[in-house]
Design a protein around this ligand. Structure first.
Ligand SMILES: [Mn+2]
Length: 402
C-alpha cells in the first residue's frame, strides 16, 4: 500500500490526484496543513512499527517535517522502511542529504518545479504511471499556478484551476479531476465550471477593490511592509497590492481566524522565505508564510492597528502626472504638499515650499524615498490647480511688498 502525506493546497492535492491515477485503490492520501504533517507522519510510523516494516511505501510531498520527525524517518529508512520525500521548496533542500530525499527547486530543463510536476516525473520514471495528454495538461497547470509562472505566461487557465479548487471541497475536486484525467483528451473545464469561474472572477475583483483601501504601511526590521487583513484570495490580492505599491518590499496578509500570515513580494531582491524564517515559517523567495505567533501578532497586528490605510495615487489625472520634469505634486498624511521636479539634471523635492537636501538620480528614486519614508500619494489635478493658485497668490503678495 502507498501512503501519501501531502499539502492541502492545489499543488499538494495535485499530488494526491496523480497518485490516485497511478495507484487506484492501492493508495491512501492524506491532506495536511503545513503544521499538521509531522504529527500525521509520526502516527504512520507508530502504526508501521506495530504492523512490521515492509508492506508500506510512504511518500511525503510538498511539505516539510520537524527535525524530530526527520530523525524518525531516518531511523525508519535505516530499518528498511520504504519512503520518499518529494518537494520543491528551497527551505527543504537539506533533505537531499538523505537517500530518500528528493528536493528540486527546478526541473532539469530549468522550469521552476512544483511538487505535482516532480511527483509526476518520478512516477513516470518509475513506470508507475503512463503519461497522457490530459495528465500533462493538468500537471502543467498546477505547476504554472504554484510557481507563479502563469502570470508572466498569461495562462489564465492555471489560475482558474486554483479558483475551482477553492470553490468545491477537496473530495469533490479530487473526484472531478480523476474522472476527467482518466477519460483522455486534453484537459478542459466543462460549461458549468466556466460559468462558476466567471462569477468567481467578478467576486474576486470586488473583494480586491475593497481590500485596496485597507492596506497599511510600516517598517518591520529593515523592510518596508504593506500589511492587510484578508482570509481569501491571497495571491491575487498580494499581486495587485504589490504592483500598486512597488515601493513596498513585501505584502503581509494576516488571517486572524486561521492564525496565519502569508508574505508575498514582486521584487527579485527581496526573499520572503527568509523573512518568514525569522518567525519559524518558510516557503519560496516570492511567496512564504508562517503561523501567527505572539511575536508576529505584536509586530504585524497590534503594532499596526492604529495606522491609517495608505492613500492610492490619483489615477485619472491629465496634468499631475508622475515623472514630469516640470513637476508632480504629492501629499503626505499630515497634509504637507510635496513637489518633485527636475533641476540641473537632478530630481529635487520641495516640501511645503522648503527644499529638501536630498537629491535623486531619477524620479522613481525620489518617489520611492518619499513613499517609503513619508507615505505620500499623487494628488488629483484639482488639488494641483489649488496649490498652484495659492503659490501664485503668495508670489503676487511678495511682489507687492517689495
Ligand atoms: Mn507547492
Amino acid at each position: 500500500m502507498y501512503h501519501i502525506y501531502t499539502h492541502n493546497d492545489l499543488d499538494g492535492v495535485g499530488c494526491g490526484i496523480i497518485a490516485k491515477c497511478a495507484f487506484g485503490t492501492n493508495v491512501e492520501v492524506r491532506y495536511n496543513s503545513l503544521g499538521g504533517v509531522s504529527q500525521q507522519v509520526e502516527r504512520f510510523l507508530e502504526r508501521a512499527a506495530e504492523k512490521g516494516i515492509g508492506s508500506d511505501f510512504l511518500i511525503i510531498t510538498d511539505l516539510s517535517v520537524s527535525e524530530d520527525t526527520e530523525q524518525l524517518l531516518q531511523a525508519y529508512a535505516a530499518e528498511g522502511g520504504e519512503l520518499k520525500l518529494i518537494d520543491h521548496h528551497k527551505t527543504a533542500l537539506h533533505y537531499n542529504t538523505h537517500p530518500w530525499g528528493s528536493v528540486h527547486v527546478e526541473h532539469r530543463d530549468g522550469r521552476p518545479a512544483a511538487a505535482t510536476s516532480l511527483l509526476y516525473d518520478y512516477l513516470i520514471r518509475q513506470r508507475l504511471l503512463e503519461p497522457t495528454e490530459a495528465l500533462d495538461d493538468f500537471v502543467e497547470l498546477v505547476r504554472l499556478y504554484d510557481t507563479w509562472e502563469w502570470e508572466n505566461a498569461g495562462r489564465q487557465q492555471a489560475k482558474r484551476l486554483n479558483d475551482l479548487f477553492y470553490m468545491v471541497s477537496i473530495d469533490e475536486f479530487e473526484e472531478k479531476m480523476i474522472s476527467r484525467l482518466q477519460s483522455g483528451g486534453p484537459f478542459e473545464f466543462d460549461e458549468f465550471e466556466k460559468k462558476l469561474l466567471d462569477l468567481e472572477e467578478d467576486k474576486i475583483e470586488r473583494y480586491i477593490r475593497r481590500k485596496r483601501r485597507e492596506l497599511v504601511q510600516t517598517y518591520i526590521g529593515k523592510e518596508c511592509a504593506g500589511i492587510v487583513h484578508a482570509e481569501s484570495y491571497h495571491s491575487e490580492l498580494a499581486s495587485t497590492l504589490g504592483k500598486d505599491h512597488p515601493h513596498l518590499d513585501y505584502i503581509a496578509i494576516l488571517n486572524m481566524g486561521g492564525r496565519k500570515m502569508s508574505l508575498r513580494t514582486i521584487h527579485d531582491d527581496v526573499d520572503v522565505s527568509e523573512i518568514a524564517g525569522r518567525y519559524g515559517g518558510g516557503g519560496h523567495a516570492k511567496a512564504s508564510g508562517c503561523t501567527m505567533t505572539e511575536e508576529v501578532y505584536r509586530s504585524f497586528v497590534a503594532g499596526t492597528f492604529v495606522l491609517e490605510p495608505l492613500r492610492p495615487d490619483a489615477f485619472r489625472n491629465r496634468y499631475n502626472l508622475k515623472g514630469q520634469e516640470s513637476g508632480s505634486l504629492f501629499e503626505s498624511p499630515d497634509g504637507a504638499m510635496i513637489f518633485v521636479s527636475m533641476e540641473d539634471n537632478e530630481w529635487v523635492v520641495e516640501w511645503n515650499d522648503a527644499m529638501l537636501k536630498e537629491r535623486f538620480g531619477s524620479f522613481a528614486e525620489a518617489e520611492r524615498f518619499l513613499k517609503r519614508k513619508h507615505k505620500v500619494w499623487l494628488v488629483r489635478d484639482d488639488q494641483l490647480v489649488k496649490w498652484l493658485t495659492g503659490k501664485l497668490k503668495r508670489y503676487r503678495m511678495s511682489e507687492k511688498d517689495e
